[in-house]
Design a protein around this ligand. Structure first.
Ligand code: UGB
Length: 430
C-alpha cells in the first residue's frame, strides 16, 4: 500500500511538474505572441502615422501655396467671392470671359457690353501709370457698379493668372492688355516687349494648359500695315514693314498666335484696331490731348507730310460691336490640358471705319465742337513711329460677323467732347 501510495505520489508530482512546465510553455508562447503582436502593431501604427503626416503635410503645403498665391495679390475669401460672383453669367449659355486690360479704354467698354447682355466677366488690369491711373480707377468704379470685378494685377503674374483659371472655367479671353501708343516706344521700348510679347505668351501658356481651353480674341493693330502704300489695307496684305516697335510687337503677337494655334489647338482671333476714339478714351491719343490743350489755350503740334496725314478714326461703339461679333463667332479651342486634339480656328480681322479723315480736319471738327480756335503748329512728321495714312477694308469682318461701322468722326467726337467736359467738370463754350 505504502509503495503503491509512493508510486501514485511520484506520478502525481511528475504530472504536476509536467502541468507546470506546459503552463510555463503556454504562457511564454502567449508572451511571445503578444509581444510580436505588439511589435507588428507598433510598426503598422508607425507607418500609419508616417502616411497620415505625409498626407496632412501635403495638404498643408497645397493650401499654404494657395493662401500664399491669394495673399501675394491681396486675395482671400472676399477676393475669391468677388471673382466667382463677377464671372457667373446671368443668362443661360452665357459666356464666361476674362477681359485683360479691363480698366483700359476698349477693355472697359467691352466688359460693360458683355456684362449688359448677360455674360460673366472678370477683368484684370495692372493700373500702370503710362497715362493717368485715376482715369483707369474711374473706369473700374463704373464697372464695379455693374458688378464687374477687375483684379488688380499683371498678366505677367503667372500665379495670379493661374489662380483665376483655377477658380473660373473661362470660355473666352478678350485680351486687350497691352502697351499702347506708337511714339512712346522710342522712350520706353522694353515696356512693349514686357506687355505685348511676354504678357501675351504668359497668357497663352496658361490658356493652352487650361481645361477647358478658352477661345482667345485679342487686340492687334492697324499699325502692322506699317509703310504699306496700297490702300485700303486688307488682311492678306504684307505686314513686314513695321514703322514702330509697337507695330513690331503686335506683328510678333500675330506670329506667336499662329504658333499656339498650330501646336496646342488654341482658337485665336486677332483684331486690327484702327485709331479707336470716344468717351473714356486714352489721354495719350491726339484727339484727346488736342482737346485738353485747346481748352487750356496751349498750342498743338499737327504733323504734316508730303501726303496728307490721315487716320481711319474708328468710334468705340463700332469697335465694341466688332469685338463681341468676333467672340460670338469664335469656335472652341480643340486642345485640352496642353494637348492639341484637332485643327483650331485662326483669324485676323480689320476693325476700322473705312473712311479716313485728315488730322487737319480732325482739328477743325474739334474747333467747332469746343468753339475754340486751335493754336496750330504745323510740323513735318518726325520719324517717331507714325505712319502717314491708314484705311481699313472691313469686308472680311462684315462677311463673318456683320461688322458695319456707322459712326462718322464728327458725331463720334461730339459724344467724346460731351463726355470730356462732363468728366472734367467743365462747361461747353457757347
Ligand atoms: O490704330 C492703331 O493701331 C493705333 O492707333 C493709335 O495710334 P495713332 O493712329 O498714331 O493715333 P494718335 O496717336 O492719336 O495719332 C493720330 C494722328 O495724329 C497725329 N498726331 C499725333 C500727335 C501729335 O502731337 N500731332 C499729330 O499730328 C498722328 O501723326 C496721327 O496721324 C493708338 O495710339 C495706337 O495705340 C494704335 O492702337
Amino acid at each position: 500500500m505504502a509503495s503503491l501510495f509512493s508510486v501514485d505520489t511520484n506520478k502525481s508530482i511528475k504530472l504536476n511538474r509536467y502541468n507546470t512546465y506546459i503552463r510555463k510553455v503556454n504562457s511564454s508562447t502567449k508572451l511571445i505572441a503578444a509581444s510580436s503582436k505588439l511589435f507588428y502593431g507598433i510598426i503598422i501604427l508607425t507607418f500609419g502615422l508616417l502616411i497620415c503626416s505625409f498626407i496632412i503635410n501635403h495638404f498643408l503645403l497645397i493650401s499654404n501655396q494657395h493662401c500664399c498665391r491669394l495673399f501675394s495679390f491681396g486675395g482671400g475669401a472676399a477676393w475669391e467671392k468677388k471673382v466667382r460672383h463677377s464671372s457667373i453669367p446671368k443668362k443661360i449659355n452665357g459666356k464666361v470671359v476674362l477681359v485683360t486690360g479691363a480698366a483700359g479704354f476698349v477693355g472697359s467698354h467691352c466688359a460693360l457690353a458683355l456684362k449688359k447682355r448677360g455674360d460673366g466677366v472678370i477683368g484684370i488690369d495692372n493700373f500702370n501709370s503710362y497715362y493717368d491711373p485715376s482715369l483707369k480707377r474711374a473706369r473700374q468704379e463704373l464697372l464695379a457698379k455693374h458688378e464687374i470685378f477687375i483684379v488688380d494685377g499683371d498678366i505677367n503674374d503667372i500665379d495670379l493668372v493661374n489662380t483665376l483659371f483655377d477658380f473660373v472655367p473661362f470660355t473666352h479671353v478678350l485680351h486687350l492688355a497691352a502697351q499702347a501708343g506708337v511714339r512712346y516706344a522710342m522712350e520706353n521700348p522694353l515696356s512693349y516687349i514686357q506687355s505685348n510679347v511676354n504678357g501675351f505668351v504668359n497668357l497663352l501658356e496658361i490658356a493652352k494648359s487650361a481645361n477647358p481651353q478658352p477661345a482667345i480674341v485679342w487686340a492687334s493693330s492697324s499699325s502692322v500695315y506699317g509703310l504699306n502704300t496700297k490702300v485700303p489695307f486688307s488682311e492678306n496684305d504684307r505686314t513686314d514693314q513695321p514703322a514702330s516697335l509697337y507695330a513690331a510687337t503686335k506683328k510678333a503677337g500675330e506670329e506667336i498666335a499662329h504658333t499656339y494655334n498650330h501646336i496646342y489647338g488654341l482658337s485665336l482671333t486677332a483684331l486690327r484696331f484702327f485709331t479707336v476714339y470716344g468717351p473714356w478714351g486714352r489721354p495719350d491719343m491726339a484727339y484727346f490731348f488736342f482737346t485738353k490743350d485747346m481748352i487750356q489755350g496751349k498750342p498743338i503740334k499737327v504733323y504734316v507730310s508730303d501726303k496728307e496725314v490721315a487716320r481711319d478714326f474708328t468710334y468705340i461703339d463700332d469697335v465694341v460691336k466688332g469685338c463681341l461679333g468676333a467672340i460670338d463667332t469664335a469656335e472652341k479651342s480643340t486642345g485640352s490640358g496642353g494637348k492639341k486634339r484637332g485643327p483650331a480656328q485662326l483669324r485676323v480681322y480689320n476693325l476700322g471705319n473705312t473712311s479716313p479723315v485728315s488730322v487737319k480736319k480732325l482739328v477743325v471738327i474739334l474747333e467747332n465742337l469746343l468753339n475754340i480756335k486751335a493754336k496750330k503748329n504745323l510740323i513735318k512728321m518726325p520719324r517717331n513711329g507714325d505712319v502717314p495714312f491708314t484705311h481699313a477694308n472691313v469686308s472680311l469682318a462684315y462677311r463673318d460677323f456683320g461688322y458695319r461701322p456707322t459712326t462718322t468722326l464728327s458725331s463720334g467726337l461730339r459724344k467724346f467732347v460731351k463726355w470730356y467736359l462732363s468728366y472734367y467738370g467743365m462747361q461747353a463754350r457757347t
